[in-house]
Design a protein around this ligand. Structure first.
Ligand SMILES: Nc1ncnc2c1ncn2[C@@H]1O[C@H](COP(=O)(O)OP(=O)(O)OP(=O)(O)O)[C@@H](O)[C@H]1O
Length: 638
């Protein structure tokens, strides 16, 4: 007898309806647990009505766990003549089993992982962590990869400009990861697991407690302010114990990826002023990176011998066996190069170009705008990188300024501990940082200045500065070279192929000579000439206007005016006596009177005092109005 119909019973050949409706039939082992029975009527002595009632009063798990189950069961039974108890019980048991397994796994997992895997933890402040992030973003695919991309603490190329965009790099992000991300990827035949961890930690924060997740303010347990995220976040890379070599392979893979020839130079700049007070300093590291297409050395117009000596010096220092040579003679393995000359003579451009040529990363610090701990900042560049200290004279770093030092080094413990201070850089902190045993090994330290005579002797003594390079004003050869660079087709090597490249090249080459003839010897800077040529797309027009422009420039320089042409009436030289521009320039070593007067001269693309030249917008220099013309300003994508 089978009173209960439905799909379940169609395949169920049992006579006892209690059995038919009982999940114990499918889970025989559970029979003894009493889960499926209540006080059932004896089928032998029951009427059909009794049995129907039996079916409407389900027993066991489902009714116990699911609210209103009996009601639903009764309705379905009445309307559809279908007993949902066995099916529901099966579902409940299956879900229960899954939850149970998950629960057990959560307990067992750490032990299993410890037993079966091995892992490395990379703090996110570590530079290698950025390489790992970038590698994961490109290779670890899927959503994990996308998350990593968002979390990468890197600012890459500007995706708005086609010219700068690189296929895998057209992503910009300076956002930080706020939650743990994890995933798997394959390295060859090895499965590898990565995980971002941000140790949740309750901290004291302005008298109350907050989660680490709130990054606005970070304090350690003692209530000291801390560099946000400084010690908490890391990336963990794990692999199975039996494939230990996978971690080494991963490291090699990431390193090779980071060192790949992208045709770009990594330029690192500070978040804000690098101090912990800076609102931008909400990053595990004080550095952010921009990837820029490398600038060929051939685009730097410099006296041929000076250029050759500089390149030779850098290449010698970076030669593979050089570190051993320094070590065996007890000399610290670092190189200091002072680049000095008028604003707009190519000091910064040369450093950028050298970094590209030798595939170094370039770290740029503008000392007048830096309040970070230099020792900490210098610990970041690795062997073979270049550190560029911009406008070292304008930072006021000299002995007279020593009074401020006490204040600056007041709390050295804090400086080292958190890597950031909120004090300006002083001479002694700079010297200590350069000489520090922990940083700068194998690093080339370049300093730029418009006013080398104002520098403290301790700063430029041999050992700290090993080479001095003067960037002079434009002579005939440089004027000719700038003209050719501006108007020559990109793929034509002019000077070497005058004959081969035919008429057009010859024409430009001839015009370059004519242009150079019109440029007075050592009166103008390369930046000024470049600015003029950029405004005149047609070489003939440039040639035609050159004389007039030169006359205007010289006249403005003579009158110490910043504005040339229309609207030029107000001499500013005297007013600017304290501006740091004109006053600094009078005593430049090796420059004559007329050179000194250039300091307040009209230099359209002149560096704004104190501004980061990498981020500087140069007005009116080309078809796109600003930065494009000089090709120097780094743009950040939003
Ligand atoms: N010698 C040069 N060769 C090629 N380009 C140059 C040269 N000098 C200046 N320029 C151009 O002029 C602009 C400014 O140059 P750069 O910033 O390198 O000068 P700088 O000497 O570092 O100036 P500052 O002292 O003001 O920082 C850049 O666009 C650069 O391309």
């Amino acid at each position: 007898m089978n009173l209960i119909r439905g799909p379940f019973h169609a395949t169920n050949h049992v006579d006892d309806p209690r059995e038919a409706s009982s999940p114990a039939m499918f889970y025989p082992g559970l029979r003894g647990l009493g889960l499926f029975t209540t006080s059932l009527p004896d089928p032998e002595n029951s009427t059909a009505m009794d049995l129907a009632i039996l079916a409407t009063v389900p027993a066991g798990l489902a009714p116990a766990l699911i609210p209103l189950y009996k009601l639903v069961h009764g309705i379905i039974l009445k309307k559809r003549h279908y007993n949902i108890t066995p099916t529901t019980t099966k579902i409940v048991l299956t879900v229960g089993a899954v939850i149970g397994i998950q629960w057990v796994w959560a307990w067992v997992k750490p032990f299993a992982i410890d037993l079966l895997t091995t892992s490395v933890r990379i703090p996110t402040q570590h530079r290698f962590a950025l390489n790992v992030q970038e590698w994961l973003a490109v290779h670890a695919g899927g959503s994990a990869g996308r998350h990593v991309k968002l979390s990468a603490n890197t600012t890459l190329v500007d995706s708005r400009r086609g010219r700068y965009a690189q296929p895998s790099n057209a992503t910009v992000s300076s956002t930080r990861h706020t939650a743990a991300e994890s995933g798997w990827f394959w390295l060859g035949v090895h499965p590898i697991h990565f995980e971002y961890t941000q140790k949740p930690k309750t901290r004291q924060r302005r008298g109350r407690f907050s989660d680490y997740g709130d990054l606005e303010e970070d304090y350690d347990y003692g209530g000291h302010r801390q560099a946000p995220g400084s010690s908490e976040s890391s990336i963990r890379i794990s692999c199975f114990r039996f494939s230990l070599g996978a971690l080494e392979a991963f490291e090699a893979e990431v390193t090779a990826f980071a060192n790949r020839d992208t045709g770009c130079t990594n330029i690192w700049t500070l978040y804000g002023d690098g101090s912990y007070d800076d609102p931008y300093a909400q990053s595990p590291t004080p550095w952010k990176v921009v990837r820029k297409p490398s600038r060929p050395l051939s685009t730097i117009d410099l006296d041929a011998k000076v250029k050759h000596d500089l390149v030779h010096d850098v290449s010698q220092f970076l030669a593979p066996d050089r570190e051993k040579w320094y070590a065996s003679r007890g000399i610290p393995y670092r190189r200091g190069i002072l680049l000095h000359g008028n604003p707009g003579t190519g000091k910064s451009s040369t450093a950028i170009s050298l970094a590209g040529e030798f595939k170094c990363d370039l770290y740029v610090i503008n000392l007048s705008n830096c309040k970070g701990s230099l020792e900490y900042l210098f610990s970041y560049p690795k062997r073979g990188d270049i550190v560029l200290l911009e406008d070292i004279d304008s930072a006021g770093i000299n002995r007279e300024n020593m009074k401020g030092e006490k204040k600056a080094s007041q709390n050295p413990d804090e400086m080292l501990r958190y890597g950031r201070t909120n004090q300006p850089i002083t001479l002694s902190t700079l010297l200590n940082a350069i000489d520090s045993a922990t940083g700068m090994n194998g690093v080339i330290l370049m300093m730029t200045t418009n006013n080398p005579e104002s520098l403290d002797k301790a700063l430029i003594r041999p050992g700290r500065i090993d080479m001095q390079v003067h960037f002079g004003l434009v002579d005939y050869a440089v004027a000719e070279s700038i003209f050719l660079r501006m108007y020559q087709d990109d793929d034509v090597d002019v000077k070497d192929n005058v004959e081969l490249n035919g008429k057009e090249t010859k024409r430009i080459y001839t015009m370059a000579k004519m242009f150079a003839d019109k440029i007075p010897d050592r009166k103008l800077t390369p930046a000024e000439i470049q600015g003029f040529l950029t405004r005149n797309h047609n070489p003939e027009v440039a040639l035609e206007r050159a004389e007039e422009w030169v006359a205007e420039m010289l006249e403005a320089k003579e009158a110490e005016r910043n504005i040339i042409g229309e609207g030029a009436s107000k001499p500013v030289g005297k007013q600017d006596e304290n501006s740091g521009l004109s006053s600094n320039f009078g005593d430049i070593n090796g420059l004559d009177e007329s050179d000194a007067s250039l300091m307040s001269a009209p230099t359209p693309p002149m560096t704004v005092n104190g501004a980061d030249p990498l981020q500087m917008v140069m007005p009116g220099n080309g078809p796109e109005g600003d930065i494009e013309a000089m090709g120097e300003t780094v743009s950040f994508s939003e």
